[in-house]
Design a protein around this ligand. Structure first.
Ligand SMILES: [Zn+2]
Length: 107
């Protein structure tokens, strides 16, 4: 009687596919969180706090701490919009976070 048990290589491929699917799902969820998209920014009242806020966002993949790599004010023609590139210090995945600067109304 022939064994129906999958070969190890087949099992590995299935595991790889499952891991890729999980990664894609986590990427989608990360984009749905505030700051994950240009039109869904984290709102701050001053540019000064952006890097601290970015560093406080956990990695969308492993929950590890992010390190800010680059804080680009020229990413957009909208001066209030900032693009921050960060990298997870645990799993080394890059993440882009979007911020919008909305100064507090002084009235
Ligand atoms: Zn990570």
């Amino acid at each position: 009687m022939a064994s129906k048990k999958p070969r190890p290589r087949t099992e590995r491929r299935a595991a790889d596919r499952a891991a890729e699917a999980a990664t894609r799902t986590r990427d989608r969820i990360a984009r749905l969180e505030p700051g994950g998209a240009r039109d869904w920014p984290i709102v701050v009242d001053s540019a000064v706090v952006i890097e601290a806020r970015a560093a406080a966002v956990p990695c969308g993949h492993c929950g590890g701490p992010l390190k800010v790599l680059d804080h680009d004010a020229r990413a957009s023609d909208d001066q209030r919009r900032r693009e921050v590139r960060a990298r997870c210090q645990r799993c080394s995945r890059d993440r882009t976070l979007w911020f919008e600067i909305v100064p507090p109304a002084d009235n």
